[in-house]
Design a protein around this ligand. Structure first.
Ligand SMILES: *Cc1c(COP(=O)(O)O)cnc(C)c1O
Length: 400
């Protein structure tokens, strides 16, 4: 039986026992975001995408909440994520969106995970593996309509769909494709991909065959392409309360579920001309107050944000200065005030001020998706809710 090393969640009641750098996930925000997505798509099924540790929010706790809220399906990227969910007791159907590799197929079947078939050859491998075990594999066919990642090209789909009809040990439950540009200002190429997918789907109509569950819409398409809703939608970033880009209309109201915070652990006064941190990239021009915060690129706070990022302390915005280190960084208070133990908000709100994942993305030269998924497992996750019994719902018992 395979075992996977994933840093366990720490859930001590006493704040002082856990490092002060923490991610706090608001379960009520996740639930409200899901409800808003459901209102947008009406009767369609919803498959929240929980890949990459649920976009940094914590795979198992988010899955437990989603199951509690009765989602139809859960989507993950890789086999191991699916196995972790089954081992955590998740019973909701799980689609593994990524490709299959090596000898993994029997593990998919053992853990009742739905496979993505991305070529005729892989489909036949799945059929044979299922036959050998005397079971039926649940499969979704992947059609490449313009991503050039995995899947059978839309212009070669007919033999693929025909092959799927011949497989005796495969249940073709779904068929799907993925947008490359649904978040771009111009929807032209997304509409082109949509038309290609519809053309592939006409296979079933032409032969009077039942159509498998069709799906294509990611967050961006949920926000702006109702024609792409089909039978099921696959929200990722939107579920977490972040919009996929600045170009998309904010037609579904969501709010960020994740706050990333730390605390001031050291205070000093630094002399003019005395540079701060590795490489001496920044020095104060006059006497200034500097605090140290125990978070760094070893937690996923990008080093590329050095001398660009801002943080919030006591409701005010301050600049990060000097190179961000692996485990610590410095913040320039100038003549502001802070005390050891004061909360430092890296992503989230404090008083009237707010810092978003998009802000960090701009400072680091990346996208909010990478900011969120980059917060690694060294950072303890804490779950809060006004509605749910957090302890019962998401937190496994603490092992001594
Ligand atoms: C990641 C992913 C999604 C979700 O994308 P968002 O932009 O986060 O909504 C949907 N479908 C597939 C195949 C994906 O890989």
């Amino acid at each position: 039986m395979p075992t996977f090393a994933y840093t366990p969640l720490l859930s001590y009641e006493d704040d002082g026992l856990v490092r002060p750098t923490q991610v706090v996930v608001d379960l009520d925000a996740l639930a409200d975001n899901l409800a808003a997505i459901r209102r947008r798509v009406g009767a369609r099924q919803v498959m929240p995408i929980l890949k990459a540790n649920a976009y940094g929010h914590g795979l198992v706790p988010v899955a437990r909440l989603m199951e509690h809220l009765g989602v139809d399906y859960i989507g993950v990227a890789v086999l191991e994520e699916g196995i972790l969910l089954r081992q955590a007791g998740i019973r909701t159907p799980i689609l593994v969106l990524g490709g299959i590799w090596g000898n993994q197929i029997p593990l998919f079947l053992k853990y009742d995970l739905t496979l993505t078939a991305s070529s005729v050859e892989k489909l036949e491998q799945i059929d044979q593996a299922a036959a050998a075990l005397g079971v039926t594999a649940k499969v979704h066919l992947k059609i490449d309509t313009g991503m050039e990642r995995i899947g059978v090209h839309y212009y070669s789909a007919t033999p693929f769909l025909e092959a799927s009809l011949r497989c005796r040990h495969v249940q073709v439950e779904g068929i799907f494709s993925h947008f490359a540009n649904a978040d771009a200002a111009d929807l032209g190429s997304a509409r082109q991909q949509l038309a290609r997918f519809q053309e592939v789907l006409s296979f079933y109509e032409k032969r009077s065959l039942p159509v498998p569950m069709r799906h294509m819409a990611n967050s961006a398409a949920i926000l702006r392409l109702p024609e792409a809703f089909f039978d099921l939608v696959r929200p990722g970033i939107l579920l977490y309360g972040v919009y996929p880009s600045a170009e998309v209309p904010r037609s579904v109201a969501v709010r960020p579920a994740l706050t990333w915070k730390s605390r001031v652990v050291y205070f000093k006064v630094t002399q003019p001309g005395h540079p701060v941190s590795y490489g001496w990239t920044w020095a104060p021009q006059r006497l200034t107050r500097i605090v140290t915060v125990p978070v760094g690129y070893g937690d996923g706070y990008f080093r590329a944000m050095s001398n660009k990022a801002h943080v919030l302390i006591r409701g005010r915005r301050y600049r990060q200065v000097g190179r961000i280190c692996m485990d610590q960084m410095m913040v320039n208070l100038e003549w502001g005030t802070a005390y050891n133990g004061d909360e430092v908000v890296l992503i989230g709100q404090q008083g009237e001020e707010r810092i978003t994942a998009e802000d960090l993305a701009a400072w680091a030269g990346t996208i909010a998706y990478e900011v969120l998924t980059n917060i690694n497992t060294r950072v303890p996750r804490r779950y809060v809710s006004q509605r749910y019994d957090v302890q019962r719902l998401v937190q496994p018992p603490v092992l001594e």
